[in-house]
Design a protein around this ligand. Structure first.
Ligand code: NAD
Length: 497
């Protein structure tokens, strides 16, 4: 069986732990590999390598670090077909969708190529007579990233290009469900000329995550995953005096106003609810039908959900691939069973989908619920599958209240032709990322990505300007040269006279 190793100090690393976990191809249900699960010692071995590499990497001029990013960008473009196939083979999403997610990661590398400009500080001549002051941003040290299964290239790339361009060294702990993409990215970074030990991949599960939390030589942790784990990471990293940003789960609403362009809203919802089989933190899992648009919306959606082409990700005709694991498939099916029990109307039932030749793959057809109520668990909890719930609301205010009362605050969209409704919604929604006639409002790399409420614990969003702030600390220098104005000892707070 193929063993997926760690990647430390510019090469494959087996570590001492004998524990492994199985990796599957979700399209066929076949096991394709075993991935190593690191012990605390394996993790610390990688951290010590990264700590040593930090000394010379952080001293390199930002322009030299940027040049390696430029080379890395070229290599990702050259290897995009292979990287995309790796994503499809372990995650299951369809090829073009996987390619798009790689491109969104690549855009963060492009952003990081501008690091000399991004690290420029501020300067004031004469903050006092003959006294100057300036500020600079310096790297933190060894940073760690812990990432989820649903974007094996993009989410790690939200983190490490910015972190290493800022002069940090990095330990990536990818999801144990689809770890191969991270190893390929590490090899490409080495090929791009990144010095050994600057970027390392340590595979593992809870044991390695706890080792990251408890390791004294790790300065900062970026996490993306489900809310309970995000909260655990946030609390424990803070307790151990680490800087931390922990992005959690979501339940994104799309508010469909009666005046909207219905075709645009329905097409937007189809992609946002069923693309990537709903396994996106920005997936639209709730459509709020406002006023009298509910019946028309549900009828149009139902026809399209029934016609969804479900199949293996490598089949060009497939619009939606399988779910990531058998356990996840059972969980999503369980939620659909629950919705029926809770009294929601199951308009399209994808539970019994069988694909000839792929009987062991983890497929489920698109599911559509109508008349979902806010006290139902299928409304309150994140399902993370191709299940869209339609909730009816009498007016804009009731729809906005639903959005704001929900515990999650990642993304939201409104479909309307009314500029006033759109503007008021953008201003009043208690949500980190808002789309107006844009179903999945994921900020570009040069803006920053992050939710509100229980979708993000910490202060800084990811990549863009917030990413640079997260991965650097501010230093302010105040300076006077001896040849300048001399003064007697001062025993009071110096102030400008
Ligand atoms: P997960 O929380 O199960 O796993 C995320 C990471 O945490 C993995 O690396 C995993 O190995 C580790 N982990 C799992 N259980 C752990 C435990 N008990 N203790 C310590 N570490 C543990 O998430 P997932 O299933 O891989 O990904 C799906 C989730 O990620 C969804 O909730 C989705 O909304 C969320 N997500 C959020 C964003 C965002 O930007 N907010 C982006 C992508 C995914």
């Amino acid at each position: 069986m193929n063993i997926i190793e760690h990647y430390v100090n510019g090469k494959k690393f087996s570590g001492s732990s004998k524990r492994t976990s199985k990796v599957f191809n979700p399209a066929t249900g076949e096991q394709t590999a075993e991935v190593r699960l690191a012990s605390a010692k394996d993790l610390d071995d990688a951290v010590q390598v990264a700590k040593k590499a930090f000394v010379s990497w952080s001293a390199k001029p930002p322009l030299q670090r940027a040049r390696i990013m430029f080379k890395f960008k070229e290599l990702i473009e050259k290897n995009s077909e292979e990287l995309t196939k790796i994503i499809v083979s372990e995650h299951g999403k369809v090829f073009e969708d996987a390619k798009g997610s790689l491109t969104r990661g690549l855009e963060v590398v492009e952003f990081a190529c501008g690091i000399p400009q991004l690290l420029k500080g501020e300067f004031t001549e004469n903050v006092g007579t003959d006294v100057d002051s300036w500020s600079m941003r310096q790297p933190l040290g060894v940073c760690a990233g812990i990432t989820p299964f649903n974007f094996p290239a993009m989410v790690p790339m939200w983190m490490f290009p910015v972190a290493i361009a800022c002069g940090n060294t990095f330990i990536l702990k990818p999801s144990e469900k689809d770890p191969s993409c991270s190893i390929k990215l590490a090899e490409l970074l080495s090929e791009a000329g990144l010095p050994e030990g600057v970027f390392n991949v340590v595979n593992g599960d809870k044991e390695s995550v706890d080792a990251i939390i408890n390791n004294k030589d790790i300065s900062a942790v970026s996490f993306v995953g489900s809310t309970p784990i995000a909260k655990y990471i946030y609390e424990n990293c803070a307790k151990n005096e680490k800087r931390v940003q922990a992005l959690g789960g979501a339940k994104n609403h799309a508010v469909v106003m009666p005046d909207c362009d219905l075709d645009q809203a329905v097409n937007g919802l189809m992609g946002a609810a069923y693309g990537s089989a709903g396994e996106r933190c920005m997936a639209q899992s709730v459509a709020v039908a406002v006023g009298d648009i509910g019946d028309k919306l549900v009828n149009s959606l139902a026809k399209k959900v029934e016609a969804l082409k479900v199949g293996p990700g490598m089949d060009k005709k497939s619009e939606m691939g399988p779910l990531v694991t058998k356990e996840h498939l059972e969980k999503v099916r369980g939620y659909v069973d629950l919705g029926v029990k809770e009294g929601a109307k199951l308009v399209v039932d994808g539970r019994n989908l069988k694909l000839q030749g792929y009987e062991n793959g983890y497929y489920i057809g698109g599911c559509l619920f109508d008349h979902v109520k806010k006290d139902m668990r299928i409304y309150k909890e994140e399902i993370f599958g191709p299940v869209l719930s339609v909730v009816r609301a009498k007016d804009f205010d009731e729809a906005l209240k639903l959005v704001n009362d929900h515990e999650f605050g990642n993304g939201v969209a409104i479909f309307t032709r009314d500029g006033d409704a759109g503007r008021t919604f953008a201003s009043k929604a208690q949500i980190g990322m808002v789309g107006i006639n844009i179903p999945i409002p994921v900020p570009m790399a040069f803006h920053s990505f992050g939710g509100w409420k229980r979708s993000l614990f910490g202060d800084q969003h990811m990549h863009g300007p917030e990413g640079v702030r997260f991965y650097t600390k501010l230093k302010t220098i105040t300076s006077r040269w001896p040849s300048g104005l001399r003064s007697d000892p001062e025993f009071v707070m110096p102030t400008m006279k």
